[in-house]
Design a binder for this molecule. Sequence first.
Ligand code: NAD
Length: 315
Amino acid sequence: MKIGIVGSGMVGATAAYAMVMRGIGREIVLVDKNQKRALAESEDIVHAVPFADPLIIRAGQYSDLQGSRLVIICAGVSQKEGESRLDLLGRNAAVFKEIVPGILEYVPEGLLVVATNPVDIMTYLAAHYASGSGLPKTKIIGSGTTLDTARFRALLGERIGVDPQHVHAYVIGEHGDSEVLSWSSARVGAATLDDFCAQHNVCLDGKAKKGIDDRVRHAAYAIIEGKGATYYGIGSALAKIVDVVLHDQRSILTVSTPADEVAGVKDVCVSLPRLVGGDGVLATFPLPLDEREEATLRESAQVVRKAIDELMDML
Ligand code: NAD
């Protein structure tokens, strides 16, 4: 199966590499306005193929995307040190106006997976530029808080001494400063987090929770300060989303997609646990949140909605 990637910088190329190493798909096409970069990345990754699964990877134009099952969008400018994701908005909006119709001309029935930041707003914008094309909104998926949820589970699992795959905890809302770590709905196996900690004498007090919250919420800032960009985590998250779609795995992922209403906020894109399969987003599962989390989810959705309003006024 063919997968397109538009924007083959650090995130796009790392997603391609992650797919090659995991044997996801059979052909990957890299498209970038910097064609030299797309070619160089594809040639570099080709040299990893003999150590992984057989797969064709090449650079191309929009027309080469024809026949793709889905296209990942990672084109844009990346977050600079100290810059919030919302600051990126204006710079990346213009890029999408060109890219989304460019993709849909050749892949009218495929799925779009958006990674460009601020990802919730860019997902909304992708749906805006796709409207009228016949592509259902459920086939427009933002990576959202998929990565943040993985970070939350990894840190929580490390703290309580359990494989993160058996820690069911979710980060919802905006992929950004206002995101919500839902502690009240977290489960370890079938036990609530509080019950698990009580039964196993694990101390997870307010200070420990705040430490984990800080490390999840500010992970990107810390990594960007150290090395200028984040790409391994998101590259792996994108490979996972592609795998789920290609094999109709019906996984529950915290992706972002246009929704009529979230926590009382209308017409917005934020992450919630969603069932994802071959046709995109199949269902959304509201989390049983406590009062404080419900209020912070509403605030988070309002942050995104406000930015969408500002953006729509600019267009
Ligand atoms: P990068 O600068 O390395 O790559 C961006 C690429 O986009 C460049 O190669 C550039 O030439 C290309 N591009 C720009 N305009 C284009 C256009 N009109 N058509 C085609 N290609 C175009 O940046 P990066 O580190 O790969 O980050 C890419 C995006 O992903 C950024 O917006 C970044 O903030 C975002 N990101 C998202 C997450 C997430 O969790 N969703 C995580 C990390 C980064």
